[in-house]
Write a protein that binds this ligand. Structure first.
Ligand SMILES: [Zn+2]
Ligand SMILES: [Zn+2]
Length: 97
C-alpha cells in the first residue's frame, strides 16, 4: 500500500508539481530556505534553485497537498528524503558482525 505511488508519476502529481514550481518560481530552494534541510543531519550543497517539488511533511502524511509541498533543488530533496520514512529503520542489517 505504501508502494502504490512508487510506480511512477500520476497525472495528478505532475499537475501538482507544476503548480508548486510555478508558485515558488524565483524563490530559489524553499526546502533549504525554510529550514527543512537543517532538521536532517549530514552535508549537502544547495543549488538554490526550485527544480523539484519536495513534500515537507512526507507524502505519506499530507498526500499531494500543495500547502505542504515546496520547490526545492534536487540536492536538498535528496538530502531530506521522505520525512515520514525517518522513523523507520533502514532496510539493511546494522548488526553485521
Ligand atoms: Zn538544503
Ligand atoms: Zn536546495
Amino acid at each position: 500500500m505504501s508502494r502504490s505511488w512508487a510506480k511512477g508519476s500520476t497525472r495528478a502529481w505532475r499537475r501538482t508539481r507544476a503548480l508548486v514550481l510555478l508558485r515558488d518560481a524565483g524563490r530559489g530552494c524553499r526546502a533549504h530556505a525554510d529550514g527543512w534541510c537543517a532538521r536532517v543531519p549530514g552535508q549537502h550543497r544547495c543549488a538554490d534553485v526550485g527544480e523539484v517539488a519536495h513534500h515537507t511533511l512526507g507524502r505519506s502524511v499530507t498526500g499531494d497537498d500543495p500547502r505542504y509541498i515546496v520547490a526545492s533543488c534536487s540536492a536538498c530533496n535528496l538530502h531530506i528524503g521522505e520525512p515520514g520514512r525517518a522513523a523507520d529503520p533502514p532496510n539493511r542489517p546494522v548488526t553485521a558482525w
